[in-house]
Design a protein around this ligand. Structure first.
Ligand code: BGC
Length: 749
């Protein structure tokens, strides 16, 4: 007891002391910033507020003069410690005030050790996996002179046509918020001045994922209730996690482009959330307010962005050329400019750039692509895979198998398995499934045929060889999907079927009578209803990154067991989009009894609306696969759903628990998911909402009680006027996906 109290007193003293040290440090930094600002000319202030790609400055050599003149405070897309040091030297040693540059880069899911795409990381439902992956990305990027990444992208996305869904954490607000926190922590660690960490950026603020029709850069119309309940919470989570920067977006939100949007940037971010980090515009998005039709020229665009609160302009020059005139006309004031410069300088101080402006040029070699980093990448890949089907328990395969056919355009495509937004990863470092399988089984057992050159190939000339490989083998491992370039920025699609002749290749190998294990690599959920019917097993691996091959090979042969769950709903057909699990009920909710199947409508039937419900005649109302879905090689039984109480007050909490039993043959992990429904509200509420989950590993036969605390605060929502926790009745489910689960009820009084 005595030891404990002494320990506690010690801890309190230490915490108190470190709080005092950090308050003192903050004060010192504030006064250094003030002093610097007092010495700065307007041109130097605007320099700090401008970020350019070296190409825009005529290349790194030409950039030096601008840096020397204090006209550039930040550079993006410059890599390599020596190249960065070279420019940094000019900023620190030759510019009048010696303010260091901040170097930025899109390090989205890895620097050179490429992790699964963010949608894949979200499919792991494992925050630690996401955090570790981003910590690796940060350490590698930092070793090459990068101080700041434009990630994580936490735009809730319900439309797989949108190419950037690959970069997102999927359709759910809660899961995205969990991942947002984890990724920010991974990039930033506990201390930005640590040479292994970099500043993160919560992007794109806000609503960008709701682009009309999934067409990138398109208009978004999001009512405030939905904005606050669905799109903003991940950003709030990132702000609470201490994310160093925010990025405004390209989209026009309810008529006001987000880079000039006072409601989101000023009222919500700064005033309501008290965010005091730095805000950067998206690439030229300030100038793009002109084509949006929101500003007549660059001067007006600068005024809009400055009034809304964008501290740093990326890749356009509206600020530089126009602020003097705006000051002269009284449209903005110097105090505002100084506040923005303060936000930028504060980040430079927090990163330790004034004390440690240069990057150790020997660091990269010791840091990049280490065995440890590759291990983390392989573990992340493995946790991100989702088993969609496993007929007759064909998986896992036995090592005793005498031969396998490895077929398909993605079996040996080192570039494509890295996925979108990879600027620095090199395909030479990717280990493909073909390489990993050959290593595992030996050359003699592997019959390889591409079948199709790339995913879009229209010619079937490779089919004969593929069929021959299948016929020679006990089982077909077929690698289909999409190339990395088919997802990502500006790569939206109107059709989500497998491209080219891939489905025909599946049919051709299936016709040999060999069992077919289909492995899909893709940057989004595809419409694969037909392929699910044809294949015996389907493993969805997203774009799995550098170590995708070994992660897949190990899983196919049972050294690891699938544990990923879908972070998105899989539609049957594109026409169902948007389709997501947490939709509203409508006044006429669909069910099977009331569903009018197109094939059952008699000829010349007369129109009537009685008993009709909200559905498609030809596609029903259910998706192909629900959010949260994912199989295992093992099986799990849920029983004894218990609530610590059936009522709670508006400030209260209850514990919801369930007994989870591993009823199968393999040690395996299951993601236990907790959903609620608020039956009635002052505005209508979704039919289900994820409010918690736990990923639990159990041995065969083992049972564990899994408990999740549900606070009344978790049930809060925005009703158009206020954030409220409303009294009333709720449903709660705990189960294996958003469709199946044990059910109970509780109320808030
Ligand atoms: C993207 C951002 C990215 C920026 C810088 C833009 O096109 O929308 O997400 O961070 O470019 O590369």
């Amino acid at each position: 007891m005595k030891t404990i109290s002494l320990f506690l007193i010690g801890l309190l003293l230490l915490t108190g002391a470190s709080a005092a040290v950090s308050a003192e440090k903050k004060e010192q930094t504030d006064s250094r910033i003030k002093e610097l600002i007092s010495k700065m000319t307007l041109e130097e202030k605007l320099g700090q507020m401008s970020q350019f790609d070296p190409g825009q400055l005529g290349g790194p050599e030409n950039a030096k003069q601008a840096i020397k003149d204090g006209k550039v405070g930040s550079i993006l897309n410059l890599v390599g410690a020596s190249a960065v040091n070279d420019l940094q030297k000019v900023a620190v040693e030759e510019s009048r005030l010696g303010i260091p540059l901040i170097i930025a880069r899109d390090v989205i899911h890895g620097y050179q050790t490429i992790m699964p795409i963010p949608l894949g990381l979200a499919a792991s439902w494992n925050a630690e996996v996401a955090e570790d992956a981003m910590a690796v990305a940060a350490a590698e990027a930092a070793s090459e002179g990068i101080h700041w990444t434009f990630a994580p992208m936490i735009d809730v996305s319900r439309d797989p046509r949108w190419g950037r869904i690959a970069e997102s954490c999927g359709e759910d607000t809660y899961l995205t918020s969990v991942m947002a926190k984890a990724m920010v922590k991974g990039f930033q660690g506990d201390d930005l001045s640590n040479p292994k960490t970099i500043a993160a950026c919560a992007k794109h603020f806000v609503g960008y994922g709701a682009a009309e029709g999934g067409r990138d850069y398109n208009t978004t119309l999001i009512p405030e209730v939905q904005l606050r309940n669905d799109y903003l919470p991940p950003f709030k989570a990132a702000a609470d996690a201490g994310v160093a920067t925010f990025m405004s977006a390209f989209n026009d939100l309810n008529g006001v482009p987000t880079s000039g949007n006072e409601f989101t940037l000023k009222q919500i971010l700064r005033q309501e959330w008290g965010y005091n980090g730095m805000v950067v515009s998206d690439w030229a998005s300030i100038a793009e307010m002109i084509p949006h039709g929101y500003a007549a020229n660059k001067k007006e665009a600068a005024e809009r962005a400055l009034t809304a609160g964008v501290d740093m302009e990326m890749a356009s020059d509206c600020y530089v050329g126009n602020v003097q005139a705006l000051l002269d006309e009284g449209k903005i004031d110097m105090a505002t400019i100084d506040r923005y410069v303060t936000n930028i300088l504060r980040l430079k101080f927090e990163l330790g750039l004034f004390e440690r402006p240069y990057t150790d040029e020997a660091l990269a070699e010791k840091t990049i692509l280490t065995e440890k980093h590759k291990e983390i990448a392989q573990q992340a890949a493995s946790e991100s895979f989702v088993l969609l089907q496993n007929k007759n328990e064909i998986l896992p395969l036995s090592n005793e198998i005498s031969s396998v056919a490895v077929i398909g355009p993605l079996a040996d495509s080192p570039h494509d398995q890295m996925g979108t937004w990879v600027f620095d990863g090199k395909k030479e470092n990717s280990v493909t499934p073909l390489t990993a399988l050959t290593e595992k089984l030996g050359d003699a057992k592997v019959n390889f045929a591409k079948g199709l050159k790339i995913s879009r190939t229209k010619s079937t000339e490779g089919f004969a060889e593929a069929v021959e490989a299948a016929e020679k083998s006990d089982v077909v491992l077929l690698f289909l999907g999409e190339e990395s370039i088919l997802s990502g920025e500006a790569h939206s699609l109107a059709n989500l079927n497998l491209q080219g002749r891939q489905t025909e290749l599946l049919e051709a190998v299936k016709a040999t009578g060999r069992p077919v294990v289909l492995v899909i690599m893709a940057g989004r959920q595809l419409t694969i209803e037909r392929e699910l019917k044809l294949a015996d097993a389907v493993l969805y691996t997203w774009h799995p990154g550098t170590m995708g091959g070994p992660a897949i090979a190990d899983m196919l042969f049972g050294e690891t067991v699938p544990s990923g769950k879908l972070p998105v709903t899989f539609p049957k057909t594109v026409g169902q989009i948007p389709i997501y699990y947490n939709h509203k009920n409508t006044g006429r909710p669909a069910d099977y009894e009331q569903w009018t199947d197109i094939n059952k409508i008699p000829a010349e039937a007369t129109q009537h609306s009685l008993g009709n419900t909200s559905h498609y005649l030809d596609a029903g109302f259910e998706p192909l696969l629900p959010f949260g879905f994912g199989l295992s090689y093992s099986s799990f039984a849920y029983s004894n759903l218990e609530l610590s109480s059936n009522t709670m007050g508006a400030e209260g909490a209850i514990e919801v628990s369930v007994d989870l039993k591993n009823t199968g043959k393999y040690e395996a992990a299951e993601v236990v998911q907790l959903y609620i429904r608020d039956r009635f509200g002052s505005v209508t509420r979704p039919v289900k909402q994820l409010k918690g989950y736990k990923k639990i590993t159990l041995k065969p036969g083992e049972t564990q009680k899994v408990s999740i605390v549900l606070k009344a605060k978790d049930l809060e929502f925005f009703n158009g006027k206020d954030y409220v926790v409303e009294a009333g009745d709720f449903d709660v489910w705990m189960g294996t996906n958003s469709k199946e689960g044990l059910h109970a009820e509780f109320s808030i009084n």
